[in-house]
Design a protein around this ligand. Sequence first.
Ligand code: HEC
Length: 242
Amino acid sequence: MTIKSKGMEKLQKTGNWIILSALTVLILLGSCVHEPFLNPIDVNEGNPKPDGCLDDGTVCFESSILPIFLSSCARSGCHDTKTKKDGYALDSYTNILKKGISPGNANNSKLYKVLFATGSDQMPPDGPLSNSQKEAIKLWINQGAKNTTDCNCSCDPAIFTYAAIIQPIMATNCVGCHKPGSLGGNIDLSTHKAVKAQAANGKLVGSITHAQGFVAMPQGGKLSDCEISQVKNWVSAGAPNN
Ligand code: HEC
């Protein structure tokens, strides 16, 4: 009886000690992980999916991630192949994966963490990405940072409201180079009013359809046929703020 309870006491002491050390380790670990947590449901207004196409829950690199890098990072003078600021060229899948991405672990990926930097370290320097863009990049990295292309995106040319369709297309593909502070060609595409002005003068459709007489946009790429139809349909409807 005495032996048993002594044994129990010892066991209990060891148990307490283990729990205490485990807690200490957890607290210590917790204090050095500054994990930016974004709930996709909060940042996407009830929609758990980030912008872009994600029919099976997989983030499409080609249509959802690459355009963000092209319009916000790979601009001339920054992380294009020519300037390669700080050694980072961020203009293609191969280059983006070269350093700063740890596939499967966004919180260990410098290119993700830097999106939360402030002050002189802020990236992009002229204004942070939106929460839904950060969330899309995080999901893409956590899903293994795969080179998903030719994705089977659900896109309906008959649906083209400004808030749900046109603004996200602009945000992903254009705004990085066309916002106050970075006005490519002196053109702003960051607000409804500004996009409407480019719709009215014909440049919006001219540039995205790569029509003759216009500079082809987005630089170095082309929107999908369905996205182009959505923009054209929205412009034909009078570019409403709907
Ligand atoms: C990487 C930066 C970059 C991205 C991304 C980009 N643009 Fe541009 N855009 C520019 C620059 C720079 C110019 C000025 C080019 C020139 O004048 O040669 C320009 C010019 C334009 C023009 C004027 C074209 C003309 O013929 O006068 C329009 C309209 C335009 N962009 C729309 C867009 C749209 C819409 C998107 C997204 C689908 C987009 N841009 C994406 C940098 C960019």
